[in-house]
Design a protein around this ligand. Structure first.
Ligand code: GDP
Ligand code: MG
Length: 176
């Protein structure tokens, strides 16, 4: 049934932006079990949000995989039910990469209304910020996705990020 469905959430973004850190914090908090049969970059976790459980399969560390042609059926651009696109607020080029990933995703999954959350991570590094919160928010408006800023180090907004993902997935599910 729908309640038992497993939603694949692919985490995208430049190397070093904090993808593994974000997933790592969340794993410890939720005691996510590493899947035996999968690579060590996939974690299954069940989140209780608004009184309902939803299971996510978080897929991390796709740096080399992302370079796969988007035409291949196992491309990360094809296998996700939902996407988290991460950049670092201290690294403008990672912000530009996030836009490119969004464009690539739109091109690959044209007809689909996929949940996407744009994440500006490393907000604790106040003095080395290169991308303002306004720029992040504006980018999300242009790319028609949700937006949140996080700090994996301070564990700020990480729970909100994943709960937001669950809510986005349910909106699509319930609207279908
Ligand atoms: P990934 O390559 O995207 O998986 O990035 P990692 O999670 O491996 O993080 C890359 C580096 O950034 C590591 O040294 C992390 O400790 C650091 N890092 C990740 N998130 C944050 C954050 O929110 N704030 C700060 N200051 N450092 C972070
Ligand atoms: Mg990583």
């Amino acid at each position: 049934g729908v309640a038992d469905a497993l939603f694949r959430v692919v985490v995208l973004g430049d190397p070093g932006v904090g993808k593994s850190s974000l997933v790592g914090i969340f794993r410890r908090e939720q005691e996510i079990h590493e899947q035996q049969a999968s690579t060590n970059e996939m974690y299954e976790c069940t989140l209780s949000v608004d009184g309902e459980d939803t299971t996510l399969l978080l897929m991390d560390s796709w740096e080399c995989e992302v370079r796969k042609p988007t035409g291949s059926s196992d491309s990360p651009m094809r296998i996700g039910h939902a996407y988290i696109i991460v950049y670092s607020v201290t690294d403008r080029s990672s912000f530009e990469s996030a836009s490119e990933l969004r464009i690539q995703l739109r091109r690959t999954r044209q007809a689909e209304n996929i949940p996407i959350i744009l994440v500006g991570n490393k907000t604790d590094l106040v003095r080395s910020r290169e991308v303002s919160v306004e720029e992040g928010r504006a980018c999300a408006v242009v790319f028609d996705c949700k937006f949140i800023e996080t700090s994996a180090v301070l564990q700020h907004n990480v729970r909100e990020l994943f709960e937001g993902m669950v809510r986005q997935i349910r909106l699509r599910r319930d609207g279908a």
